[in-house]
Write a protein that binds this ligand. Structure first.
Ligand SMILES: [Fe+2]
Ligand SMILES: [Fe+2]
Length: 165
């Protein structure tokens, strides 16, 4: 068996995030429906649209490196999404629900940020120069999403969560 290389690692990690993005695409509408704050609902809906674009961007990346677009089960994202679903169930109808939704959405964003940060660095190292700006565009969207969730939490959602039902 040939020794595995950084190229293999890059492709495997692309498959991981491709799987993860498609899971996130399914989870976001559920989170948007569950959210009570209209701004939070809108934020989830907006990010669902972005996620669709990110999936297409990944398909472009696969094409640029001459590999098949393929997902690989990512247990990390499954776990993060499962925890989010648990929050949705356990905090349904409570004032704390939206704060919980933000916390799980931010766990997703942080996972994505680590993946895209790594992928971008590897793409640079491997000389995939056309791939770098695509990964960077998504990385920026994930970071912006994360920051706007932090703002939403500190501007209103956390305070609302503190109020008695
Ligand atoms: Fe994403
Ligand atoms: Fe994201």
């Amino acid at each position: 068996m040939a020794e595995k290389t950084l190229d293999d690692l890059f492709y495997d990690t692309l498959k991981d995030i491709y799987y993860a993005e498609r899971q996130v695409l399914k989870a976001l509408p559920k989170m948007a429906r569950a959210a009570t704050d209209p701004k939070l609902k809108a934020a989830f809906e907006k990010h669902k649209e972005e996620t669709q674009g990110q999936i297409e961007r990944l398909q472009e990346v696969f094409e640029l490196i001459g590999k098949r677009a393929q997902g690989k089960t990512c247990e990390a994202i499954q776990g993060i999404i499962a925890e989010g679903e648990e929050i949705m169930e356990d905090y349904k109808g409570t004032a704390a629900l939206d704060a919980g939704l933000i916390s799980s959405a931010q766990a997703v964003e942080h996972y994505e940020i680590t993946r895209y940060g790594t992928l971008k660095a590897w793409a640079e190292k491997l000389g995939h120069t056309k791939v770098v700006p695509l990964l960077d565009a998504t990385l920026t969207e994930e970071s912006t999403t994360d920051e706007s969730l932090t703002e939403l939490a500190s501007a209103s959602v956390n305070a609302a969560a503190q109020k008695a039902a």
